[in-house]
Design a protein around this ligand. Structure first.
Ligand code: KG4
Ligand code: ZN
Length: 349
C-alpha cells in the first residue's frame, strides 16, 4: 500500500494547488497564487473561483510532469472538501470527481483543517513525526485553535478564538498600517528590524484555552489614530517598531494558552500548523519553550504552512491505506468541523 501514488488537490481559498505523493514522500507540490486579490485588500470569492478554473488544469499537469508521473500511474485522487469558500471548493471538487471517474480510481475527500495538522506526517516534514497524543496550535487566516490530536482522525478542539483568527488579526492590523493583503508575512518581515518592546497593547483575559484578537486590533487602531493626529507620519516613522510590537503581542497571546494547555494536560509533544505557523516570532517562541519547558516541538517546513496540496495528498494517502473512499455524490462544504473528518452533517450544496 505504501507505494501508492496519489494526486492531491487544494482549492479552498485563493491558492490552486496540486501535489503528488508516493508513500509518505512528496514528489511535487505546485501552487498558483492569485495575486489579483492584492488590489482588493482581501480575497474576492467570485474572482477566486474564476481563477481556480483557469489554473486547475495547468497546475495538475505541472504536478504530474514535475513528479515524472503519468495519469495512468495515479492510484487515487484526493481533494479538499471543506472548509473554505464554496465557489472555490466546487472547482477542486468537480475536477477531482471527474478525474477519478475517468481514471476509474478511488476518490478521497479531505478536511482542510485536519490536513494542516497531518502535514506533520509527510516524510520530510520532521525528523520524527509527532507522537500521539499531541497538541497542535492551528493558526490560519480563518481559524485559530488548540487541537488535541489523539490519533490521525481523532481530534478535539480544546480552545478556539471567539472572534478574529490570528492570521486575520495580522492582516487587519497590517491594513491599518496601509500594508498590502495578506499583511501577515509583511508584518513578519518588517518586525525583524523593529524593537518589539516599543509599544504595548492590551491582551485579552479569557477563561480556559480560548482566544480573542479583536481587542488588540481595536487597541492598535485607537493608538495609531491618536498618534497620527499629533504626527501624520507616525506610522511611516515607526512601522518596523509597530510591526515588531504587534507580532510580539499576538505571539504571546497564542503561546500563553498553548503553554497552559500543555501544563494542564501534561502533554509535551507540541506542534504548530497553518499559515501563521510561518511566522518567525511564533517559531522562535516555540524554540524557546522547547528549551525552557522541554517540549518536543514540530514546526512545519515553510511550503507546508500556508495552503498547499501536499498536505491534502498526505491525508488522502492515510485514508487510502484505510480504504476510506468517497462516493461520487460527495459535495463541497463551506463549513467542516475538524472533529468531524467524515461528517455529512454540515452545510452542503
Ligand atoms: O493557512 P492559510 O494559508 O490560509 C487559510 O486557511 O486561512 O493562512 C493564511 C494566513 C493569512 O492571514 C496570512 O497573513 C497568514 O496566514 N500568514 C502569516 C505569515 N504567513 C502567512 N502571518 C504571520 N506571519 C507570517 N509569516
Ligand atoms: Zn489553510
Amino acid at each position: 500500500m505504501s507505494d501508492s501514488i496519489i494526486l492531491g488537490i487544494e482549492s479552498s481559498c485563493d491558492d490552486t494547488s496540486a501535489a503528488i505523493i508516493r508513500g509518505n514522500k512528496i514528489l511535487s507540490n505546485i501552487a498558483a497564487n492569485q495575486e489579483i486579490h492584492n488590489d482588493y485588500g482581501g480575497v474576492v470569492p467570485e474572482l477566486a473561483s474564476r481563477a481556480h478554473q483557469q489554473n486547475i488544469i495547468p497546475v495538475v499537469e505541472k504536478s504530474l510532469s514535475k513528479a515524472n508521473i503519468q495519469q495512468k500511474d495515479i492510484s487515487a485522487v484526493g481533494f479538499t472538501r471543506g472548509p473554505g469558500l464554496l465557489g472555490s471548493l466546487l472547482v477542486g471538487t468537480s475536477f477531482a470527481k471527474s478525474l477519478a471517474m475517468s481514471l476509474n480510481v478511488p476518490l478521497i475527500e479531505v478536511n482542510h483543517l485536519q490536513a494542516h495538522i497531518l502535514a506533520h506526517f509527510i516524510d520530510d516534514a520532521n525528523i520524527m513525526p509527532p507522537k500521539f497524543p499531541f497538541l497542535c496550535l492551528t493558526v490560519s487566516g480563518g481559524h485559530t485553535m488548540i487541537v488535541l490530536v489523539k490519533d490521525y482522525f481523532d481530534m478535539e478542539i480544546i480552545g478556539k478564538t471567539i472572534d478574529d483568527a490570528a492570521g486575520e488579526a495580522f492582516d487587519k492590523i497590517g491594513k491599518i498600517f496601509d500594508l498590502d493583503y495578506p499583511a501577515g508575512p509583511i508584518v513578519d518581515r518588517l518586525a525583524k528590524t523593529g524593537e518589539e518592546n516599543s509599544f504595548k497593547f492590551n491582551k485579552p483575559r479569557l477563561e480556559n484555552y480560548d482566544y480573542s484578537f479583536s481587542g488588540i486590533k481595536t487597541s492598535v487602531l485607537y493608538f495609531v489614530q491618536k498618534e497620527v493626529k499629533k504626527n501624520p507620519d507616525f506610522i511611516k516613522e515607526n512601522l518596523a517598531n509597530l510591526c515588531a510590537s504587534v507580532q510580539k503581542s499576538i505571539v504571546e497571546i497564542l503561546m500563553d494558552k498553548l503553554e497552559k494547555a500543555s501544563r494542564d494536560l501534561n502533554i509535551n509533544e507540541v506542534a504548530i500548523a497553518g499559515g501563521v505557523s510561518a511566522n518567525s516570532g511564533l517559531r522562535e517562541a516555540m524554540q524557546q519553550n522547547a528549551k525552557r519547558i522541554g517540549w518536543n516541538i514540530y514546526i512545519p517546513k515553510f511550503e507546508y504552512t500556508t495552503d498547499n496540496a501536499a498536505m491534502i495528498a498526505m491525508v488522502a494517502k492515510l485514508k487510502f491505506d484505510r480504504g476510506e473512499f468517497a462516493d461520487l455524490s460527495v459535495s463541497a462544504t463551506a463549513r467542516y468541523d475538524i472533529e468531524e473528518g467524515f461528517s455529512q452533517k454540515n452545510d452542503q450544496i
